[in-house]
Design a protein around this ligand. Structure first.
Ligand SMILES: Cc1cc2nc3c(=O)[nH]c(=O)nc-3n(C[C@H](O)[C@H](O)[C@H](O)COP(=O)(O)OP(=O)(O)OC[C@H]3O[C@@H](n4cnc5c(N)ncnc54)[C@H](O)[C@@H]3O)c2cc1C
Length: 391
């Protein structure tokens, strides 16, 4: 349309925004992405790097599998590497109840064609001799993978640029308004531009855009505390996750062990801070020593967390606005959006270009909050008390 700056504006240069820009540009759309800082500097750049297929919400498997195939193709798509490696993912259980939970996850994954091995008894220690005595049973998925979050989003952004997308870093969107059959996007200190469609991929900051269009969601910012140890001899190859959520750990070839400890902790999107209380480091390393005893004397050399949007059903918002044609949301990834990023970008680009996507997104509609959502057990465990969110 005459007078438009481009077809689509994307607010947010995390994985969601960047992959949406990539696929839109590949479909020949003129797209401009606005990022208030550098691309991939928030959750997308500080996460654990797990690309886990086991233990997902059933309705998310079509999207997750689609995304996984894109991760597997990352180098061909972007022309760069991001340390993607099919390390496999080992889920461990400490007792029969937890093993039953793993069995439920395994069946669900298998129903979507993912190969899951059940491993118990002597076989556990033979294959993974570094596991602690408290580990009673495990499931292993060989296709699950890891990648380096520091590398992935900037690489995808450079690929989008090469396809013709415009990426404007250090530009904050301060307002988005409906105008005619399009949108006016106001930029801090950089005037206003007009677009046919807008993608709200603003992560933990996304409500400020959604609410301008009469939509909301009970989003709050938090993040899992992360710790990294000094380098120790390299031998832990799959990612290891305790099904009770107390430990997620992986070792990189340089020797450092990266560990995420739960419960999550509050973060502050206004001050742009995600502090880790020291008590969480001590508790997290205690859990790690039980699951991987060889690490009981390893020194932690750095701690961090991130500013991620969480929702009570622990599912993201992905898809069209229910109030405003031409507006699309992708936010609130509740700690599992790294794996979903490329798939979300591909599906959103289809929605914008074709009006439909073969990947089902209905469970993730923002409209679900108007009907009241079921609060997930995981959410209750971590966030039932307001104090748990603010401690
Ligand atoms: C510590 C941690 C560990 C995690 N580990 C994993 C994991 O192992 N596996 C996994 O699958 N997921 C993991 N996640 C979750 C995953 O990182 C996120 O779900 C994902 O990165 C979300 O991407 P995003 O693009 O929605 O958000 P973000 O990466 O937060 O990007 C949103 C961007 O929007 C920008 N923005 C906001 N408002 C504006 C505005 N008004 N104008 C311009 N720009 C704006 C922000 O600056 C930000 O860069 C983890 C998250 C954290 C915090």
């Amino acid at each position: 349309m005459i007078g438009r700056s481009a077809d689509v504006a994307i607010v947010g240069g995390g994985l969601m925004g960047v992959w949406t820009a990539f696929f839109l540009a590949r479909s020949g759309r003129r797209v401009v992405l606005f990022e208030k800082g550098p691309v991939g500097a928030q959750s997308s750049g500080v996460n654990f790097g797990n690309l886990r297929l086991q233990g997902r919400f059933g309705g998310q498997y079509p999207l997750s599998l689609r995304s996984h195939a894109l991760w597997e193709d990352f180098e061909a798509l972007t022309g760069e590497t991001c340390e993607f490696e099919a390390t496999g993912h080992l889920y461990v259980a400490a007792n029969a109840d937890e093993a039953a939970r793993l069995e439920g996850y395994a069946r669900q994954a298998e129903a979507h064609g993912i190969a899951i091995e059940r491993v118990g008894g002597n076989e556990l220690r033979r294959r993974w001799p570094w596991l602690g005595e408290g580990v009673h049973a495990a499931t292993y998925s060989a296709r699950d993978a890891t990648a380096n979050p520091r590398l992935a989003t900037p690489a995808a952004a450079r690929a989008a640029l090469r396809l013709g997308a415009e990426i404007r870093e250090g530009v904050r969107v301060t307002d988005v308004r409906r105008e005619g059959d399009g949108f006016t996007v106001e930029l801090e200190g950089a005037g206003t531009l007009s677009f046919g469609a807008v993608v709200n991929a603003a992560g933990a900051w996304a409500l400020s855009i959604a609410e301008r269009f009469g939509e909301s969601a009970p989003l709050f910012p938090a993040g899992p505390p992360h710790f990294v140890t000094e380098p120790v001899p390299y031998r832990i190859v799959p990612s290891v996750q305790a099904v009770d959520g107390s430990v997620i750990a992986r070792q990189i070839p340089r020797g450092n062990v990266i560990m995420a400890g739960y419960p999550r902790t509050a973060s502050d999107p206004v001050l742009n801070r995600a502090p880790v209380p020291p008590a969480k480091t001590l508790a997290g390393m205690g859990h790690l020593a039980r699951t991987l005893p060889a690490l009981r004397h390893a020194h932690v050399i750095r701690v961090w967390s991130g500013i991620e949007g969480y929702l009570p059903d622990m599912l993201p918002v992905i898809g069209p606005s229910v109030t405003t044609p031409g507006l699309f949301h992708a936010f609130g990834f509740c700690g599992h959006g790294f794996q979903l990023g490329p798939g979300v970008g591909a599906a959103l680009a289809e929605l914008i270009v074709d009006g439909t996507s073969p990947t089902p997104l209905t469970p993730f509609s923002i409209g679900r909050f108007g009907q009241g959502v079921a609060v997930s057990d995981k959410f209750l465990k971590e966030f039932d008390q307001p104090a748990a969110v603010t401690s």
